[in-house]
Ligand binder design. Structure first.
Ligand code: MN
Length: 216
């Protein structure tokens, strides 16, 4: 079994008050752990058991049938959460110049990007993920439902993500997804991580690896 459920890259109270320790304990310790446990149970004794997470995701992304679909959903959720934790920074932080320039070029500036990202989060019906990604040299925003992930078809390279499943914000913000999205964009987003991803040209990402942002 090569699949791991990595620990949070920061203490569970490190994102207070924007994301509470209670949220992180539930989100990482219960929700993500459940995806990990279900995935392990699903792949045990199958050919998937020796594959890495990204290979499992890519090879089940278009599969038909209940079991492959369940494997995809749980594998993608496990991967997406690993990417999400890296997309958060306890101290927040400024926008690196190289990323700011790309946001300027592809969205018309940070303010326009912020507006479009927030609109994508608000407009995503039900559960899912909003991504900042790069496709053919251009930055884009993707709103993907449920366990959707840009690595499923490899067309886009993820740089940053926001989990907009209700479990990500209901403890702290109740039904106010817009406030949660604003907290992410204004206080929590790890722009350094996004900039490192952009600079590294890496498509793959192993959430269990130290310094995972730079894995090529
Ligand atoms: Mn989640």
């Amino acid at each position: 079994m090569r699949i791991e459920c990595p620990p949070l890259p920061f203490a569970d109270d490190a994102l207070e008050p924007h994301m509470s320790a209670e949220t992180l304990r539930l989100h990482h310790g219960k929700h993500q752990k459940a995806y990990f446990d279900k995935l392990q149970a699903l792949v045990a004794g199958t050919d998937f058991a020796d594959l890495d997470l990204e290979t499992i995701i890519v090879s089940t992304a278009k599969a038909r049938g209940a079991k492959p679909k369940a494997i995809f959903d749980n594998a993608a959720q496990l991967w997406n959460h690993g990417f999400f934790w890296r997309s958060l920074a306890p101290a927040g932080g400024g926008l690196p110049a190289a990323l700011a320039q790309r946001l300027e070029r592809d969205f018309g500036g940070f303010a326009r990007f912020r507006e479009r990202f927030a609109a994508a989060a608000a407009g995503l019906f039900g559960s899912g993920w909003v991504w900042l990604a790069e496709r053919k040299g251009k930055l884009e925003i993707l709103a993907l439902s449920n366990a959707g992930t840009p690595i499923a078809d490899g067309a886009s390279r993820p740089l940053l993500t926001l989990d907009v499943w209700e479990h990500a914000y209901y403890v702290d913000y109740r039904n106010r997804r817009d406030q949660f999205t604003a907290a992410f964009l204004d206080r929590l987003a790890n722009w350094d991580f996004a900039a490192q991803r952009l600079a590294s040209r890496a498509t793959a990402f192993d959430p269990a690896a130290p310094g995972a942002a730079l894995r090529a």
